[in-house]
Design a protein around this ligand. Sequence first.
Ligand SMILES: Cc1ncc(COP(=O)(O)O)c(C=O)c1O
Length: 308
Amino acid sequence: MLLPPSDWLPSAPLEHLNLDWLTMAGIDVAMLRLDLIDPLISGNKWFKLIDHFKAADLIHARGIISLGGAHSNHLHALAAAGKRFGFRTVGLLRGHPQETPTVRDLQAFGMQLHWLGYGGYRARHEPGFWAPWQAQYPDLYPVAEGGGGLPGARGCMQLKAMVGASLARVGWSDYDGWWLACGTGTTLAGLVLAEAGAHPVYGALAVPEDHGVAQQVGRIVEEAGANTVVYELLDASRGGFARVDPLLLEFIEQTEQASGVPLEPLYTGKALLALKQHVQAGTFARGTRLIFVHTGGLQGRRGFNPPT
Ligand SMILES: Cc1ncc(COP(=O)(O)O)c(C=O)c1O
């Protein structure tokens, strides 16, 4: 049984984001704090994993095997879920053995790790990649990197209902769109499917265009048979995935001080900075109400802030 007990229902507060550049432009932002759903199974990860867990449960798998890097938020949430809900987890890691705060946590959560090297990891999309792992772990269910694809997106569809149920708490009767960071585009695709054109979804790309997010989102919505899709992908990568620069770090520090909301530099910090740039460029009319999804990832920030 891979599913959590029925009394474990993740919920996230919806909070006004008070920042001077929003006030000046007359834009209202409410932040969906997915970083607060759980101390360990944080952010969008739970939502991207839940339908994979259901599929694994259906075939009576004893656990999950998946892939990621040495700072992976996905493996971190998966390993924490395995420990919490009592199923086995195996992680296939990019590169050579190294100690990071994330890797130490994975081990503490009981995840069994295999380091694939860089070439071995690059082979993850090749046909036959999974065969030897499935032979070694026949009772584990394989989940692609990051928990992506249509099952990952399906789990994220519930975010719309979550926001709908909380709108009154921020004094809104409706909203005009979503803004969130994209790595694979799975979370965005889930929102696009849930909205079915009712509200636009703006995806701030944390990765450069050649990472194929547009194609990936296209594949998911096509596979889901969606008729009406309204979304836009905007570059927020600042020159590359995981590339940080002084302006970004200063923005994050100022924003954290002004709002009290913790951010990390790979996804949420870049997405919010891109929003600021669009707001200041006049992309949105005064009075626009946006839902900004805080997709978590705060555990990964330890890799950027080594203790002094
Ligand atoms: C913290 C955080 N935010 C956003 C994303 C992007 O989500 P998606 O891959 O669904 O676009 C990820 C991972 O990919 C992430 O770890």
